[in-house]
Design a protein around this ligand. Structure first.
Ligand SMILES: Cc1cc2nc3c(=O)[nH]c(=O)nc-3n(C[C@H](O)[C@H](O)[C@H](O)COP(=O)(O)OP(=O)(O)OC[C@H]3O[C@@H](n4cnc5c(N)ncnc54)[C@H](O)[C@@H]3O)c2cc1C
Length: 656
C-alpha cells in the first residue's frame, strides 16, 4: 500500500489546504495519507513531554541575543490547541493526525521505517514551504531523507497569504524596498487573491493507515492523550520566564482570550463580519482595550489555521451580498467599504513582510537590518556604536550606559516597570496575555530602539517568546521597520513619543491604569503616563514615593497637553540638566500620522541612576508640512516635507 506522509507545520487547517485538496481532486496514486505534526525540538521546549526520569535529549531552545525561550507559554498553548483542533477535524473527515515530538527529520525517518516494516510503502513526503532559517533547513533535511529512502518529496507553495506567490509581478530581487511602490503593483487589491479551494468532504481523503502499523513516539517523549494534558506539558517548562513578574492586575482583561485552531479561526471571522467589526475596522483598529478593536486573526494566520484569501473570500461574500449569513449586516451587498479595504491593506503588509524576508534572507536577524551598515550618511562605526548591549563581551569598553545597566534596563523593560506608562502597560499585557495591539507594539519597539538605543533584537526576541501570533517575518521585519534599520524610508527621523501616543490613544488612561494599577489612583493623565511627574503628596498618597518607576524612571519625556514643558517643581525626584527644545506646530492629519513628532536631535541618554537631561520635548502638533492629497486608503503618509528639526513620525510608512 502506497502512503503519502503529509507533514504539517504552519498550515494547521483542513480547508483551503493545497495538498489535501490535491489528494481529493487530482489523480495521485496514493492509497493512504498519514498527516503528521511534529513539535519541533529546535523551537519548542519539549521537557514537559518527557516521561519519568528520562532526560530531554534536546537543549532548551533559547534566543541568540537575550537567551530567552524561543516559544513561551501563550503560544505553546495556542499551538497545542491548534494541533488538537486539526486532529479532531481530520478525524471528523474520516482521517486522523499523528502528533510527535523531536527533530522533524528524525520523526519522519522513524515513521517511514516503521510503516515500511508494517506493509506500507512511503511513496512521498509532502510539506508546505515556510519562511525561516530553521524551517528551510528542515525542508532540506526531509528532501535529503526522501532521496535516501527512495521516496518522492514535495514542498508545496505556502498559500496562506493574500496574493499567491505565483501571481506576483516581480521576483524577490525586484521587490521594491518601499511598501507603497509594492502595493501599487498589486492594485486593485480586491481582485488579486486566488479563489479559495473547495471545502473537504468527509471520506474524501485517502485512507488513514491502520493505527497498529504506525510506530509509536520514540522515547523519552510521550504525547498526552488529551488536549488539557498536551497543553499542560507544553506550557510547564516555559511557564515561568521572568523573576518578580508583576501580578495579573485585577481590573485588566485580556484582549486575546481566544483559543487556537481552524474551528475557532472561522468562528472569529464570521463573528467579525456579523458584528460589523470588519466594516468598522478602520476606525477601531487603533484601540487598546478589549477583543473587538481589531480582528485578532493574526495568531490564526501565523499558524495557518486560516488563510488570508479565506478572509478575503468571506469579505467578498459580504460585500457582494452572496452569503445570507451576513444579510443583516450593514453594508451587505454594497461593495467594498472603508473597513474591508483596510483589512486587505493590512493583509498586504503581512505579505510584504514575508517577501522582504525572502529578499533579504538572514539579514532579517542582523543588528544592521536590511539597510546594512553602508547605507545613509553615517559610517558603519557610528551605526554599530549606536546600539547598546548587555553583553559584556560584545560591548565596547566605553559603552554608556555600561552592559550591567543595560541588563537592568532590559529587565525593567520586559517586566513593564520603566516608569513610562504606555510602555509598561503594553509589556505587562504582553507577558500576561501574549498579545498587545499594533499601536502598543510600535511604541514599545520605538522606545527600546530609538529612545534607549538598545539592540532592538532583545525586543524582537522577547516578542518571539511571548507573542501568541509570533510570525518570523512579521515580527522581525516590523521590529526592523520601527527600529530604523528596515524598510522605512524615513527611518532616521521617525520616532514615537510614547507620552503623546498615550494622550492620543489612551484618552482616559484606562489602558495604562488597568495594566499598571500602581498609577490607577492618579487623577491627572500626565501622572498616569509618567508617575514621576506627580506631586510629592500624590506620590506619598499612592504609596509610590519610593517606587523605582518614580525614583529611577528609565526615561523622562517632557510633555504636557498644554504644550508647556512640565515645571521642574513638579518633578520631585528629577534634576533637570538640559534645556528642552520647543517644537513648531503643524497639525497631524488623519490616520497617516500614527506616531508623533519628537525632536530627534535632543535624544536622551539612557537614565543612569542620576537622571539624564530632559531629552525630548514634544507637542501635540507635529512639525511637518504634509501634502495630504497623496494620501488615500492605506496611505499613511502622503508626500511629506519634513521640517528641519522635527520630523513626522508616521508608522510603517511609506515613501516621501
Ligand atoms: C514590533 C512589532 C512586532 C510585530 N510582530 C508581529 C508578529 O510576530 N506577528 C504578526 O502577525 N504581526 C506582528 N506585528 C504586526 C501587528 O502588530 C499584528 O499583526 C497585529 O497587531 C495583530 O492583531 P490583529 O490580528 O488584531 O491585527 P489587525 O489590525 O486586525 O490586522 C489584520 C491582519 O493584518 C496583518 N497585519 C496587521 N498589521 C500588520 C503589520 N504591521 N505587519 C504585518 N502584518 C500585519 C495581521 O495578519 C493581522 O492579523 C508586529 C508589529 C510590530 C510593530
Amino acid at each position: 500500500m502506497k502512503c503519502v506522509i503529509c507533514l504539517l507545520r504552519k498550515d494547521l487547517r483542513c480547508n483551503d489546504h493545497p495538498s489535501f485538496h490535491h489528494l481529493v481532486a487530482e489523480t495521485h496514486g496514493y492509497d493512504n495519507l498519514l498527516p503528521v505534526y511534529v513539535f519541533p525540538s529546535h523551537q519548542i521546549n519539549l521537557s514537559g513531554l518527557v516521561q519519568g526520569n528520562d532526560e530531554n535529549p534536546h537543549p532548551a531552545p533559547t534566543s541568540y541575543v537575550g537567551n530567552y525561550s524561543r516559544c513561551g507559554p501563550h503560544r505553546a498553548a495556542f499551538i497545542g490547541q491548534s494541533v488538537w483542533d486539526m486532529k479532531e477535524s481530520l478525524e471528523a473527515l474520516g482521517s486522523g493526525l499523528i502528533i510527535r515530538a523531536g527533530a522533524i527529520v528524525d520523526v519522519v525517518r522513524d515513521l517511514a521505517k516503521g510503516l515500511e516494516q508494517n506493509g506500507y510503502h512511503v511513496g512521498a513526503v509532502w510539506m508546505t514551504s515556510h519562511e525561516g532559517t530553521e524551517e528551510k533547513a528542515d525542508e532540506k533535511a526531509v528532501v535529503s531523507l526522501c532521496e535516501e529512502i527512495g521516496a518522492d518529496s514535495k514542498v508545496w507553495v505556502d498559500e496562506k497569504y493574500f496574493i499567491d506567490d505565483r501571481d506576483l509581478e516581480q521576483t524577490h530581487e525586484e521587490l521594491p524596498d518601499i511598501f507603497t511602490t509594492y502595493r501599487k503593483t498589486c492594485e486593485p487589491l480586491r481582485e488579486k487573491p486566488r479563489p479559495v479551494l473547495p471545502s473537504l468532504e468527509a471520506g474524501s481523503l485517502p485512507k488513514f493507515p491502520d493505527l497498529s502499523a504506525i510506530p509509536p513516539q520514540t522515547r523519552p517523549f510521550v504525547i498526552p492523550e488529551t488536549l488539557d494534558g498536551l497543553v499542560e506539558a507544553l506550557v510547564k517548562p516555559v511557564a515561568s520566564f521572568l523573576e518578580n513578574a508583576p501580578e495579573f492586575p485585577e481590573k485588566a482583561t485580556s484582549a486575546h482570550p481566544f483559543k487556537g485552531g481552524e474551528t475557532k479561526a472561522m468562528q472569529r471571522l464570521l463573528h467579525l463580519i456579523q458584528s460589523e467589526g470588519m466594516k468598522n475596522y478602520k476606525s477601531t483598529r487603533n484601540g487598546l482595550i478589549g477583543t473587538e478593536f481589531s480582528t485578532k486573526l493574526s495568531a490564526y494566520l501565523a499558524l495557518g489555521c486560516i488563510t488570508a484569501r479565506q478572509i478575503h473570500h468571506h469579505l467578498l461574500a459580504y460585500e457582494d451580498g452572496t452569503n445570507t449569513a451576513f444579510e443583516k449586516v450593514d453594508g451587505y451587498g454594497a461593495g467594498e467599504n472603508e473597513g474591508t479595504a483596510a483589512i486587505r491593506f493590512e493583509l498586504l503588509w503581512r505579505d510584504y513582510m514575508r517577501l522582504c524576508h525572502q529578499k533579504f534572507g538572514d539579514k532579517l536577524f542582523r543588528l544592521e537590518g536590511f539597510k546594512g551598515y553602508e547605507d545613509g550618511n553615517n559610517t558603519a562605526e557610528d551605526k554599530k556604536a549606536k546600539w547598546k548591549t548587555a553583553n559584556k563581551e560584545r560591548a565596547p569598553p566605553d559603552q554608556s550606559p555600561d552592559p550591567d545597566r543595560v541588563a537592568e534596563i532590559l529587565k525593567r523593560f520586559n517586566a513593564g516597570t520603566t516608569g513610562m506608562g504606555l510602555i509598561d502597560a503594553a509589556q505587562r499585557e504582553l507577558l500576561h496575555t501574549g498579545y498587545a495591539s499594533n499601536r502598543a507594539r510600535q511604541n514599545v519597539a520605538s522606545f527600546l530602539a530609538k529612545h534607549l538605543d538598545i539592540d532592538w533584537r532583545y525586543g524582537a526576541e522577547w516578542y518571539e517568546m511571548l507573542l501568541v501570533d509570533y510570525d518570523v517575518s512579521s515580527n522581525w521585519a516590523n521590529w526592523q521597520y520601527v527600529s530604523g534599520v528596515g524598510n522605512d524610508p524615513r527611518s532616521e527621523v521617525r520616532m514615537f513619543n510614547p507620552v503623546k501616543q498615550a494622550f492620543d490613544y489612551d484618552k482616559d488612561g484606562e489602558y495604562v491604569r488597568s495594566w499598571v494599577p500602581e498609577v490607577a489612583g492618579f487623577s491627572k493623565l500626565e501622572n498616569v503616563f509618567q508617575a514621576w511627574t506627580a506631586s510629592e503628596k500624590d506620590l506619598e498618597d499612592a504609596g509610590l514615593a519610593d517606587n523605582i518607576m518614580v525614583t529611577d524612571p528609565i526615561k523622562r519625556i517632557d510633555f504636557s497637553v498644554d504644550q508647556k514643558p512640565i515645571k521642574p517643581g513638579k518633578r520631585p525626584f528629577f534634576r533637570r540638566k538640559g534645556r528642552s527644545r520647543g517644537s513648531a506646530g503643524g497639525g497631524e492629519t488623519s490616520r497617516e500620522s500614527e506616531a508623533n513628532a519628537v525632536d530627534a536631535s535632543s535624544e536622551a541618554q539612557v537614565g543612569n541612576g542620576t537622571v539624564a537631561a530632559v531629552e525630548v520635548q514634544a507637542t501635540q502638533d507635529s512639525a511637518f508640512i504634509r501634502d495630504s492629497s497623496a494620501a488615500g486608503i492605506g496611505d499613511r503618509s502622503g508626500g511629506t516635507t519634513v521640517a528641519p528639526i522635527m520630523a513626522e513620525t508616521t508608522v510603517r510608512e511609506e515613501e516621501g
